[in-house]
Design a protein around this ligand. Structure first.
Ligand code: HEC
Length: 148
């Protein structure tokens, strides 16, 4: 009998040995969220969330701060670019859960993931004029106690 060599399955053994099912599910969700971001968001927000000065706000190092002030969690769903995206409620929840972690900074203690039903309710009341809401939220963020 000829010696059996199957180098093509070597990577699979490695993946199975180093990845738990939960991690695999997490990374599949992250990948899907990243693809949705690339298709629906990065035209304005740019790939790294850097935005465009004077037009689109930078999200990197800033986005999760909205979760630390009253109304911020809702705002991230109700802002027009999110609420009116051609994505399902479940897609938006997955995308936001990935985005707040990818952009940072640290999440507030007790943060719980966006849920599909929550997104559906909030989206129904999206912000036609986000500017004033955003301004108030930024003022509240600026007034947060200094972070260590
Ligand atoms: C047409 C350009 C455009 C697209 C496309 C877009 N956004 Fe935005 N986004 C903006 C602008 C401009 C703002 C600032 C608030 C406003 O004026 O709507 C914003 C604000 C936000 C905010 C709130 C952060 C802040 O600093 O106010 C989040 C979160 C966000 N966008 C996520 C997304 C996601 C996720 C997508 C894709 C599903 C997306 N956006 C698509 C332009 C866009």
């Amino acid at each position: 009998m000829r010696p059996v060599r199957a180098p093509s399955t070597g990577w699979l053994a490695l993946v199975l040995a180093t990845t738990t099912p939960a991690q695999a599910a997490d990374s599949a969700a992250a990948h899907r969220a990243w693809v949705d971001y690339a298709l629906h968001c990065q035209g304005c927000h740019l790939p790294g969330g850097e935005g465009m000065a004077g037009k689109v706000p930078a999200m990197r190092g800033a986005l999760a701060d909205f979760l630390k002030v009253p109304g911020g969690r809702e705002y991230l769903v109700q802002v027009p670019g999110v609420a009116t995206a051609k994505l399902s409620d479940a897609d938006v929840a997955r995308l936001l859960n990935w985005l707040v972690r990818a952009m940072g900074p640290d999440l507030p203690a007790g943060f719980h993931d966006y849920q599909t039903a929550e997104v559906a309710t909030l989206r129904a009341h999206w912000l036609r004029s986000p500017g004033p809401v955003r301004k108030d939220l930024l003022a509240a963020i600026a007034a947060l106690p200094a972070r260590r």
